[in-house]
Design a protein around this ligand. Structure first.
Ligand code: AHR
Length: 327
């Protein structure tokens, strides 16, 4: 071997060793971490996918995930958080069912020096009480839906019915506000009925049935805006049972982009959806690992994307692509 070749061999070996050490170190950041996750429940397809992906992400990174299903109750979430604090976990993930009422328990976590990361929903509390929030821009999602409808309807008069998410939850509050912003200034667009369907298919169907009855069997309704796809899917069923064609007689726009809404779009029964990624845990664990490694503090908001899909976006293909991804 020439001296030059010897030097090259030395540096190659050094580079490989550095990469290997780097990988081992990176794995070690997450491995062995104990993280408590207080999930809301399983009200929607999107929620179920978020749970699956959080468990997968934890397993991939060697994180010991303590999972607690709150069955839609804030009191169960608060109990779970207190139990995680008592166990001395390294961090807590929480998807807060409603926006208010968190100050006290968040103070307790802060006192115990346990970082808290909010997943997919925000809270009305001092930002110093949590490390970061991984969420989409919930107002923007509603605005995208409203602007799509305003553009699609043009100058025609259009009575809209709205299915709201869980009362008091940040997506219900923000998606309502955003949609109203999206249709602002269009006097021909009017929200004539608005009620909670609690983010579930069953309630979405039930409430849509009552809207249809109240609006001359649906003849006075031009569009449905649902704060999530599951409620839209339930409502589509109600529209069909009332003898009308969803997607044609009544336009349907919603939020989440779960596989089932793409099936409905492929069948012409839904018109548009705004995507919300169920992989909130990936960015949350990245932030946690960076913090554990060298104290790097993430920004207070890690924003995920909100993409609009319509019937023009090959919904059947998107359905095929999506259905394996945690749903
Ligand atoms: O917080 C996110 C919302 O919660 C999703 O859009 C909805 O499907 C879920 O239940």
């Amino acid at each position: 071997m020439t001296p030059r070749e010897e030097i090259m061999t030395f540096f190659k070996a050094l580079a490989s060793a550095t990469v290997l050490a780097g990988c081992m170190f990176a794995t070690a950041q997450a491995e062995g971490l104990v993280v408590g996750f207080s999930q809301i429940g399983s009200e929607s397809g999107w929620r179920a996918a978020e749970t699956t992906l959080t468990k997968q992400q934890a397993e991939k990174r060697g994180i010991d995930l303590k999972f607690a299903d709150a069955q839609q109750k804030q009191e169960n979430q608060i109990k779970a958080l207190r139990s995680f604090i008592a166990q001395g976990v390294d961090a807590i993930l929480v998807a807060p069912v409603v926006a208010t009422g968190w100050d006290e328990v968040l103070e307790e976590a802060k006192e115990a020096e346990i970082p808290v990361i909010l997943l997919d929903r925000t809270v009305d509390a001092d930002k110093e009480l949590y490390m970061t929030a991984v969420t989409s821009d919930l107002v923007h999602e509603g605005k995208v839906a409203g602007e799509w409808l305003a553009k699609t309807v043009g100058d025609k008069p259009c009575n809209i019915v709205e299915l709201q998410g869980t009362t008091g939850s940040s997506p219900a509050i923000d998606r309502k506000k955003g949609f109203e912003e999206g249709i602002a200034g269009k006097a021909n667009l009017k929200i004539v009925r608005s009620q909670t369907g609690d983010f579930t298919r069953t309630k979405g169907k039930e409430v849509m049935e009552s809207f249809l009855k109240a609006e001359d069997g649906g003849k006075n309704i031009c569009a449905l805006y649902a704060h999530n796809d599951d409620m839209a899917v339930g409502a589509i069923q109600a529209i069909k049972e009332a003898g009308l064609k969803p997607g044609t007689d009544i336009l349907v726009v919603s939020i989440d982009a779960v596989p089932d809404i793409f099936l409905a779009m492929a069948a012409g029964e839904a018109n548009a959806t705004v995507e919300l990624t169920p992989n909130m845990a990936g960015p949350a664990f990245d932030a946690l690992e960076a913090y554990k490694k060298d104290g790097t503090m993430p920004p207070k908001w890690i924003q995920t994307e909100s993409k609009l899909y319509t019937q023009a976006d090959n919904p059947q293909k998107v359905y095929e692509e999506k259905k394996g991804l945690g749903y």
